[in-house]
Design a protein around this ligand. Structure first.
Ligand code: HEC
Ligand code: HEC
Ligand code: HEC
Ligand code: HEC
Length: 133
């Protein structure tokens, strides 16, 4: 009887772990390049990061560190809270590509590629990414 109780507890515990990992996978980042600044024109953009990773994207499709035109990024530097990997740390207002141009270039650049194998076309119009609540 004692043993059965332990089993039931163990099974319930596993479900909690499973639910947690499923939640983590549906994680959506909110991209807001103007957070706290005035003059925001469009609503912030919900970005399903994990979905993009699952779709077979390599980390380096989006994250980069250029040296002589080559992406030499060490993927082990891609850790949560590392400010050096934030787009804003390099694409400031004085960069050749400012933050808005960097995001648009990357997001739309890929979403506009011919999308043969894709069942669902990714958003390409303003309101498809800048979602009004
Ligand atoms: C389709 C593009 C894309 C792909 C592919 C991608 N990322 Fe990201 N990632 C982003 C964007 C955009 C951000 C937000 C950056 C910011 O806030 O400045 C981000 C943020 C992150 C962060 C920072 C999270 C935080 O808030 O501190 C980590 C860590 C990360 N990515 C790791 C990875 C890893 C590891 C891979 C490969 C398995 C990967 N990314 C693949 C676009 C991508
Ligand atoms: C460590 C600095 C750094 C970080 C972090 C960074 N970039 Fe860049 N990015 C550059 C440099 C340098 C270039 C090439 C020179 C230029 O065009 O300004 C570049 C080029 C680009 C380009 C032009 C196409 C290409 O890939 O070469 C896009 C689009 C872009 N970045 C978007 C992003 C996005 C989105 C993020 C965040 C996920 C990001 N960048 C993070 C430095 C950075
Ligand atoms: C390397 C290619 C690539 C890049 C870069 C990329 N995406 Fe996507 N995105 C895709 C693909 C492929 C899909 C379709 C996934 C599917 O089959 O549902 C998609 C789908 C989406 C969706 C719809 C998700 C859903 O639930 O239907 C959103 C929102 C999105 N992307 C936002 C962004 C944003 C914001 C950026 C830039 C920060 C970005 N994407 C950069 C390839 C990319
Ligand atoms: C594929 C996704 C995507 C599409 C499509 C898209 N954007 Fe964006 N845009 C972003 C992301 C990501 C950012 C950076 C996060 C933010 O600040 O909202 C951004 C930032 C901006 C900004 C700077 C921040 C602000 O709100 O002032 C403006 C302006 C903007 N977009 C306008 C537009 C317009 C106009 C269109 C349609 C022509 C459009 N965007 C289409 C993803 C997208």
């Amino acid at each position: 009887m004692k043993r059965l109780g332990f089993c039931a507890f163990f099974i319930a515990f596993s479900f909690v772990l499973l639910a947690n990992s499923l939640l983590a996978q549906s994680d959506v980042m909110i991209l807001d390049s103007m957070k706290g600044l005035p003059g925001k024109k469009r609503p912030p953009v919900p970005f399903p990061h994990n979905l993009h990773v699952e779709k077979g994207g390599s980390c380096k499709d989006c994250h980069h560190l250029y040296e002589k035109g080559e992406n030499v990024l060490d993927e082990s530097s891609l850790t949560e809270g590392n400010k050096e990997i934030f787009c804003s740390s390099c694409h400031g207002s004085k960069a050749r590509l400012n933050l808005e141009q960097a995001y648009h270039g990357q997001c739309m650049g890929c979403h506009k590629k011919p999308l043969k194998e894709q069942k669902k076309a990714p958003p390409r119009y303003c309101g498809g990414c800048h979602i009004r609540k």
